[in-house]
Design a protein around this ligand. Structure first.
Ligand SMILES: Nc1ncnc2c1ncn2[C@@H]1O[C@H](COP(=O)(O)OP(=O)(O)OP(=O)(O)O)[C@@H](O)[C@H]1O
Ligand SMILES: [Mg+2]
Length: 293
């Protein structure tokens, strides 16, 4: 009886998807920065775990196509053998490359060897997108960790996401580069939804000063509204946890950094979506390839 009801539900859902009536529930957040080494991967991994603790089904997509390091920070030892490039080339199914991270978080490793999204043939793209539909219902949240800077690949991930988490430290070079990301992204999409995290601050006052400056400059010179979602205090447990290959959120649950992650998660939950909505995984990848052209 139950099986029959489930089959019926699936049929209705499939019909709704085909007719474009289904409301996809998956939200896609791209984590990015102007300058390298400012804390993207640590934010991605620890935030993902924080969301999984409130029963969100979370997938991390390690889109740092150069040097994927989510595996190290999240503690996937040995690193997964297969990555997105095997799905794109058709050798593997998307479900075969999902790795199990802590607390139910799943991880997909970036396509090592695929340097440019725009180099992927239309046939391979279509097969890839089709393959992704099997993931359609499996996640509530996908967090994408990118490499630093505004290469075409990174910009594609920024433009295709529902939401962008831009992380910076207070260093002048990091701030200038963060501004560069806002400028490049907003020139391509003027309603871009960028949220800011200031990392490695010594106190909240300093963090607020830095955030206010970026928000003010983006508004004044680019007419872009950036939202401040919080801070990460400079905390030696972050580097210690990286060395131990365990996310600091789990290794040091009472640390300052963990406390900051809780704040950022809660702030994100309570923020409105700014009308950009959730588009689902299939739609995301269609836009991703379109943006990379
Ligand atoms: N809040 C923090 N307190 C102390 N150290 C930190 C903090 N955040 C990051 N770090 C240090 O910075 C290093 C780099 O962090 P992470 O790998 O997350 O940066 P990234 O932006 O992903 O770098 P990349 O651009 O190379 O991908 C960490 O290994 C850690 O040593
Ligand atoms: Mg990184």
């Amino acid at each position: 009886m139950l099986d029959q009801a489930e089959t019926l539900r699936q049929m209705v859902k499939q019909r709704q998807i085909e007719e474009g009536l289904a409301i996809p529930s998956c939200k896609i957040i791209t984590v990015t920065s102007g300058k390298g080494g400012v804390g993207k991967t640590n934010l991605t991994v620890n935030l993902a775990i924080a969301f999984s603790l409130i029963n969100k089904r979370v997938l991390i997509l390690d889109a740092d196509l150069g040097q994927s390091n989510v595996n190290i920070v999240i503690g996937l030892i040995p690193p997964p053998r297969y990555n997105l490039s095997h799905v794109i080339s058709g050798q593997k199914d998307i479900t075969e490359i999902l790795a199990d991270g802590p607390c139910g978080v799943k991880v997909i490793t970036g396509a090592v060897g695929v340097t440019k999204l725009s180099n992927i043939s239309t046939r391979a793209r279509n097969r890839f997108i089709e393959n992704l539909s099997s993931l359609f219902d499996s996640f509530d949240l996908i967090i994408i960790d990118t490499s630093a800077g505004i290469s075409p690949n990174v910009l594609s991930f920024i433009l295709a996401a529902n939401e962008v988490l831009l992380i910076t430290t207070p260093e002048p070079t990091a701030l200038t580069d963060a501004y560069g990301v806002i400028k490049a992204a907003s020139s391509k999409k003027n309603d871009i939804n960028i949220k800011l995290v200031v990392n490695r601050i010594n106190n909240i006052m300093k963090g607020k000063q830095v955030a206010d400056r970026i928000v003010g400059i983006a508004s004044q010179f680019l007419n872009v509204k950036i939202e401040n979602v919080g801070y990460l205090l400079d905390d030696p447990t972050v580097a210690r946890a990286v060395r131990e290959q365990e996310p600091f959120f789990l290794a040091y649950p009472r640390s300052k950094a963990t406390n900051c992650i809780y704040h950022i998660r809660n702030k994100l939950i309570n923020m409105p979506d700014n009308g950009t909505g959730h588009h689902g995984i299939t739609e995301f990848f269609k836009r991703l390839f379109k943006e990379s052209e």
